[in-house]
Design a protein around this ligand. Structure first.
Ligand code: NIG
Ligand code: FE
Length: 382
């Protein structure tokens, strides 16, 4: 197998806690995997050479929370919010109507466009949820579309209760026939456990059914207010509780004890003009934190992990190292993946070269397109 040496890396950020930063570094890639990491002076010989020209290298971002299968947009809702209206998640129904009306090729093309945007900004692993179909047929086709782009597909039939439907009846549909039709196309099950969406009993019924069908559990929890979401995620052994914007002291303790990742989505707070989650409190309690975009047309229409890193540093008290770690290894933990989000021998060769001397520039130079090369599974994609 041919080997490629990435040399003259000014500063390597590995997201590997054993050796997180290496100055004057090199990385050797063999096929789709990383074969060697260390100081450039000790690097082994290789068939091909890539000159990093003193720039910084980080792992490809792992965006562990995204809603990419949808049609339409909600520009007017965003503009109204910036003029003072509150986000209620009621607009989900607007996107559901547009998504149902779209053809499958249209949905696939929109999804491809967003994945392309993400790749250009350094994302090499993305989770994609359904949740804008809300009928058995529309949820299944959303997952079929998602599956064409990622192995991390999530069944979110329990996003909201469709208009004109009884909530308990819809819960039985999601936990029964809809799950049976969708499970073959999903790795994960998710529920929007929130006042106005699904309550504790309904969420438990759906998540438990998903778990029994072999899906991993993740939960939209405590986004708009305190509630049972985090507790439920911990009780059911979820990989991740997502949003975590409104947490009690008990919630923080439970996340730490249960080893459930807290996935923070600052793009949502930015776009809904809400208080940011308290990352510092979670980190200090020993909770593993992930950062993700929550890319969706309503609450967070950004595809940019660098933007989320900048927000986490500026607004959430995370250090640049914590933020980049959360956006890479943290996301991998939220997806229970050991092979991505880290630069270490044996990991998938997902590397991002930044047009900067340090990963700190992701926060220091917000909005600047610093991602200059992206390598995914050992192949250059940007
Ligand atoms: O994660 N909170 C629920 N779902 C999305 C928002 C979806 C929408 O507004 O369309 C979220 O923020
Ligand atoms: Fe979400």
């Amino acid at each position: 197998m041919s080997a490629t040496l990435f040399y003259d890396i000014g500063l390597l950020f590995t997201s590997d806690r054993d050796r997180e930063e290496i100055a004057k570094a090199a990385v050797v890639v063999e096929g789709a995997e990383i074969a060697w990491v260390g100081e450039a002076a000790r690097a082994p010989a290789a068939d091909h050479r890539i000159d990093a020209r003193g720039r910084a290298v980080i792992p490809g971002f792992v965006d562990s929370h995204a809603h990419l299968v949808f049609a339409g947009d909600r520009t007017a809702e965003f503009a109204a919010r910036m003029a003072g209206e509150r986000y209620t998640a009621g607009g989900i129904r607007t996107t559901v109507a547009a998504t149902r009306a779209a053809t499958t090729p249209e949905l696939a093309a929109r999804t491809a466009g967003l994945v392309h945007e993400m790749t250009g900004q350094g994302t090499t692993t993305v989770e994609i949820k359904s949740g804008y179909g809300l009928t058995t047929g529309d949820e299944k086709r959303s997952l079929e579309v998602a599956r064409a782009f990622t192995e991390e597909s999530t069944f979110l039939g329990a996003h909201v209760v469709p208009p004109g439907t009884d909530a308990d009846e819809y819960t039985r549909l999601v936990a029964g026939p809809m799950l049976a039709a969708c499970a073959p196309y999903a790795k994960w099950i998710d529920v929007f456990c929130e006042r106005g969406a699904f309550d504790e009993a309904q969420s438990r019924e759906i998540l438990s059914a998903g778990k029994a069908a072999g899906l991993g559990v993740r939960v939209h929890a405590n986004q708009l207010g305190e509630g049972p979401g985090v507790r439920l995620a911990c009780e059911l052994g979820a990989a991740s509780a997502d949003h975590c914007t409104h947490l009690t002291r008990e919630d923080v303790g439970m996340l730490a004890d249960a080893g459930v990742v807290a996935t923070l989505l600052p793009g949502a707070e930015f776009s809904t003009r809400s208080p940011y989650p308290e990352a510092r409190r979670l980190l200090d309690a020993g909770v593993t934190v992930a950062l993700a975009t929550d890319c969706n047309p309503g609450s967070s229409f950004t595809s940019s992990m660098p933007f989320c890193v900048a927000l986490a540093v500026r607004e959430m008290g995370m250090t640049p190292a914590e933020a980049v770690r959360a956006a890479t290894a943290g996301g991998a933990a939220a997806l229970r993946r050991a092979d991505v989000g880290v630069i270490r021998p044996g990991a998938r060769a997902d590397l991002v070269i930044l047009e900067a001397a340090s990963y700190v520039h992701l926060a220091y130079r917000p909005g600047v397109p610093l991602v200059t090369q992206v390598w995914q599974s050992g192949r250059r994609v940007v």
